[in-house]
Design a protein around this ligand. Sequence first.
Ligand code: XUL
Length: 515
Amino acid sequence: MFLGIDASTQSLTAVVLDGISGEILAQQSVNFGANLPEYGCVSGFLPNGKNGEVHSPPAMWLDALDMLLEKLNGGIDLSKIEIICGSGQQHGTVYLDGTFDARLAALRNENSLASQLTPALTRATSPIWMDNSTGSACAEISEKMGGAHEVCRISGSIAIERFSGPQIRRFHQTDAAAYERTERIHLVSSFMGSVLLGRSMPIDLGDGAGMNLLNLAEGRWDENLLDATAPELAKRLLAPMPAGSLLGSIHPYFQKKYGFSNSCQIATFTGDNPASLVGMGATLPGQVVISLGTSDTYFAAMPQAVTDPQGFGHVFGNPAGGFMSLICFRNGSLAREAMRDAHRLDWSAFEKQAMLASSLLAGRNLMLPFYQPEITPRCSLSEPIFDFETDADSTAQVRALVESQFLNMRLHSQWLGVEPERILLTGGASRNDGIAQIIADVFQVPVERLEVANSAALGAALLAAAAGGQDLSSLQACYCQPENGSRLLPNTALAPIYQQALARYRQLLAAHAGE
Ligand code: XUL
């Protein structure tokens, strides 16, 4: 049996696979807001952060780990787990003093993880990917490196607010004494993995690429980026390793408390997006995942590491080898909800009346679909701009919004240089056939929905099985199946219409968003 654990923003989730029967044996989750209300993190982070700060307490993640394993232990025989791999929300950083490894070594199972390990934190709360307080740190790192594009060329992304390097720089600037006491910096993924391993685990190349510190081409920390970020940063990081590398047995704490065997191995953890690429069965170039959430994301395996010349997209390590891209679009469901509410529709009406019944409108009405400042492209609009050829009734507006969101996505994913062969849709709105059909038509690519619910935890479990010698593509063929009847084909008659619409959308953007 193989266990995958995903530490996401709002919850900690486990998926257990049977390597022989091809079954998922257990799935469990601890929701930080609902199950650990004492931390006051209703959505997984502390509300009311100042100056754009968004932090979460590592103590909460540790309590959740105890709680999750307790729940799992009730349902399955944990002594049968051979390998554990995991993933975490990307970019968040955990700061620890020189006692961390000794405290790990001395863990006693009569006490909780949180009570024994939190005294090693030099920063009681961790900045996470939603933190927006690091603008000046980003500007300073870029300047020291000779420009944002140099940071992008080396690390795969321009210096960007939510990334770890800028978080580390700001910590050094705001609390130099605490930075001085910090002997180890972890990502959320490597922190959780270290606890299970009982000593500090290296950061992997997938999640490590989300720090603005990794030299992507060479798979090592970049000295110039380290120097531009904070003093003596190199000694605070372990050398990075590929995801899924076997590191050693699980700590006796978990053997005694939850019944794991002493032969259970721990593998290097990775970021949630790299793990999702695995869990969606999309580790080969040509497969694209579009995740429809609060923000929409587009991620795909890449044959080689090219970077986004405009600096909006990111390049991370692909856990199956090579690289992957990730592009975030801030105006995802938030914009769709704003449109739905403006016309007093429910989702069913949004889908049926406005989307399916309106294909005659294809490509005729465009808008800049930004209800709040966007990051791809960077643009500070706080309300959309319309460019309509027909009446702007609710049907036309809903269709224009969704078409324009995916024209924007098609335009800003062209730098990858890979023609998508298949789009895998995930996230809440992926159930909406109207939206899914528009995506198929705008990209002119078949769209599929998978049965997987927890793609990052599943991906981590698949990486654990692959670390045990199983073939990853055969595992993906077994666990990452499209749902029956979920495949939608593009209407090829619309190809030239959307080609023209793309050119018009580009002009609209140039006119109003300076691109
Ligand atoms: C990716 C990103 C988020 C986090 C949280 O760059 O910031 O997707 O990984 O899931």
